[in-house]
Design a protein around this ligand. Structure first.
Ligand code: SIN
Length: 322
């Protein structure tokens, strides 16, 4: 959700591995942090203008250091620069590039100092900018995406596609790319293919529009929605059999990001053409389908196959029987 158009996103750079360089591309540990400037970090992101969607970028090099050497004077300067930019009405949010080692401390300090009603998003990298596959450009792009999301306020950290809150974020691993955790609290959300998915869906309507129908209608007349799974050698005859028996909806747990065995897919497309409502979910126990299949409609809210069956059954209450 992006409320106003043509706003500004401010990037404040402080150094860290995200701006680090090594002599060899294979060297992930023997590098020097805080070498590249903020413009060089931004230049390494080809998709940046797409992500900005008309917003302008303003960048500032606040300091250039290894965050193990972070100090109170730098914190004061950083808080002042944040306060300056946050007070501008056309600033949508701030991204701060930071070393991973003390990122969690800076996050909490800024939260306590600013209590921002706009997003202040810290990001970082575990590999230097010279690595064969640096993680910094994607993390920075993701952080900019989060800073533009109108749902956000407060200080957050974005690393490896996960969004953490300032209170809970902690560096938990000295080497791997996904080095941060929010512990028991879990991440506040995820950035997937340029879209933010929030863990808290409190804003979603949780009473189905057809709930009253389910109170009033005899259960024998509730729509029949079946669950199927895509798997090795999946057999289309189960779809044909269900359709012949009068099924009104099918929810399919596809493989991975909602892919479907080709023989099952052909049968499901045929079933749809015959008026059966088909919804797609994933067999994966975590995450949800990113993007839309050309052939089948994805179930809403990232629901599991079993919960998607309930939602589809309620959705069909109006159309199936009267
Ligand atoms: C630093 O914290 O500045 C160096 C380590 C890192 O960014 O991963």
């Amino acid at each position: 959700m992006y409320a106003k158009k043509n706003q500004k996103v401010v990037v404040l750079a402080t150094g860290g591995t995200i701006a680090g360089t090594a002599t060899h591309a294979s060297d992930h540990t023997g590098y020097t942090a805080g070498q590249l400037n903020v413009q060089q970090l931004l230049d390494a992101i080809p998709a940046l203008s797409d992500a900005l969607q008309g917003d302008a970028l303003v960048c500032e090099q606040v300091v250039q250091l290894d965050s193990k050497d972070m100090d109170h004077a730098t914190w004061q300067t950083l808080a002042q620069r944040c306060a300056h930019w946050l007070s501008q009405s056309d600033v949508r949010g701030i991204v701060i590039t930071h070393g991973t080692d003390t990122l969690e401390e800076t996050a909490w300090f800024l939260q306590m100092m600013l209590g921002p009603t706009k997003p202040v998003v810290l990001t970082c990298a575990m590999r230097p900018a010279t690595a064969l596959m640096p993680d910094g450009p994607q993390n920075l792009l993701d952080a900019i995406t989060v800073a533009r999301d109108a749902m956000v306020h407060g200080v957050l950290a974005v690393c490896a596609g996960r969004i953490h809150g300032a209170r809970d974020v902690q560096k938990v691993h000295p080497y791997r790319l996904d080095a941060f955790s929010s512990g028991d609290a879990g991440p506040r959300g995820w950035v997937e293919q340029g879209r933010v998915r929030w863990a808290d869906l409190g804003g979603w309507p949780m009473v189905h529009a057809n709930a009253q129908q389910a109170f009033d209608r005899p259960v024998a007349q509730w729509p029949w929605v079946a669950v199927l799974h895509s798997h090795t050698n999946a057999d289309p005859r189960q779809v044909h059999a269900l359709v012949a028996a009068g099924v009104q909806g099918i929810v399919l747990a596809g493989t991975g990001n909602g892919t479907v065995h080709h023989s099952l897919l052909a049968a499901l497309i045929q079933a749809q053409a015959q008026g059966v409502a088909v919804r797609l979910t994933t067999r994966c126990g975590e995450g949800q389908i990113v993007g839309q299949s050309a052939d089948l409609q994805t179930a809403p809210l990232g629901l599991s196959v079993y919960k998607a069956r309930i939602s589809l059954m309620l959705t069909l209450m109006t159309s199936s029987l009267s």
